[in-house]
Design a protein around this ligand. Structure first.
Ligand SMILES: Nc1ncnc2c1ncn2[C@@H]1O[C@H](COP(=O)(O)OP(=O)(O)OP(=O)(O)O)[C@@H](O)[C@H]1O
Ligand SMILES: [Mg+2]
Length: 330
């Protein structure tokens, strides 16, 4: 499939997918090492692993373009290993691909196995034979989220690279250029919120930014509230207000505040609980109080996940926090 990068409706994750290794941000060590492999002409089998949206697929595609140039598609076979077509289909595809004549003789072809950690143990087992059989004229690049889900024998055949969550600075560098190219107006606090909420996932950063753009007019500025809304995360200020009400006000008022924020702002109790814990982590509390609160809240969280009644669970949240603070005061 050819994608026109100027197309208006292209998702930004595709529009801004790195074309070269120099456009891969925040993974400098990995980029430097693979570049060295290419320049020295001794590419080993590779394993890229790490959390989503950190550049694994982007790096290998950029690497392929670096090695083969514009015709890279003829030299690269991309397989989605989690496809349930079975290892036999994969084996046949690899066999056909690896044994066809090389028109652009560049030594070896590249086979990319995406989502390899989703393969069954049996499939992984036969994969190691396949890798060995075709090593003469092909290189494999295995992509996965978790290395521990891969067969050790498979791991030992590859040079491993861990893709860490991308730093906020690196995301900022990449996002800034997108902001300029897309002519976006964004408040500095909104940009900081975007970086924080992305949690090292560049895909999420781009998707949220694109969703915000769709929600605004040309001249309108993207605000912090919009970012929280697009991510579906509650605004920290709202959580703080609710917690404050539980801590300082009487039972009935606190209960009304929770309900008001749940209804008006669409906050889920589960988000409130994780938000409370984040805030309480910064408070000075006796360790017994802290333990009581966390234990109580985690029971409630479990209760919610089991389908417990929200109203009862909301009351329980107030109960847990108030009870723990009362015993702290005594
Ligand atoms: N390091 C990076 N530098 C620049 N852009 C990036 C980087 N990582 C991710 N992106 C952007 O995010 C999108 C998704 O990245 P990519 O497909 O490489 O993630 P991945 O690590 O393969 O994730 P997954 O584990 O979900 O497959 C890319 O199209 C690109 O726009
Ligand atoms: Mg990927």
């Amino acid at each position: 499939m050819t994608t026109d990068k100027n197309s208006e409706n292209l998702p930004w994750v595709e529009k801004y997918r790195p074309d070269s290794l120099d456009e891969v941000f925040g993974q400098q060590d990995i980029v430097d090492t693979v570049k060295k492999f290419v320049h020295e002409g001794r590419l080993p089998h590779l394993l890229f692993y790490g959390p989503p949206g950190t550049g694994k697929t982007s790096t290998i595609i950029a690497l392929a373009k670096e090695i083969y140039g514009i015709n890279y598609k003829n030299m690269v076979l991309e397989l989605n290993a989690s496809d349930d077509r079975g290892i036999d289909v994969v084996r046949n595809q690899i066999k056909n691909f690896a044994s066809t004549m090389q028109i652009f003789s560049k030594g070896f072809k590249l086979i990319i196995l995406d989502e390899a950690d989703a393969m069954t143990a049996v499939a992984q087992n036969s994969l190691r034979r396949i890798i060995e059989k075709y090593t003469k004229n092909t290189r494999f690049c295995i992509l996965a989220n978790y290395a521990h889900k891969l067969n050790p024998a498979l791991l030992s055949r590859c040079t491993r690279f861990r893709f860490n969550p991308i730093s906020e600075e690196a995301i900022r560098d990449r996002i800034s250029s997108v902001i300029i190219k897309e002519n976006l107006k964004i408040a500095p606090v909104a940009e900081s919120a975007l970086l924080k909420l992305s949690k090292g996932d560049m895909r999420r950063a781009l998707n949220v930014l694109q969703a915000c753009k769709a929600a605004t007019t040309e001249q309108e500025e993207i605000t912090e509230d919009m970012i929280y809304e697009c991510v579906g995360a509650p605004h920290p200020q709202d959580i703080e207000t609710v917690l404050d009400s539980i801590l300082r006000e009487d039972w009935t008022t606190a209960y009304e505040t929770i309900n008001k924020y749940k209804q008006v702002k669409g906050l889920a109790l589960i988000d409130l609980i994780s938000g409370f814990i984040e805030i309480l982590n910064r408070y000075e509390l006796k360790s017994k109080t802290r333990i009581d609160i966390y234990k109580g809240l985690s029971d409630i969280e479990y209760g919610i996940s089991k389908g417990g009644n929200e109203k009862i669970q909301s009351s329980a949240v107030i109960g847990v926090i108030k009870a723990a603070l009362e015993s702290q005061a005594n």
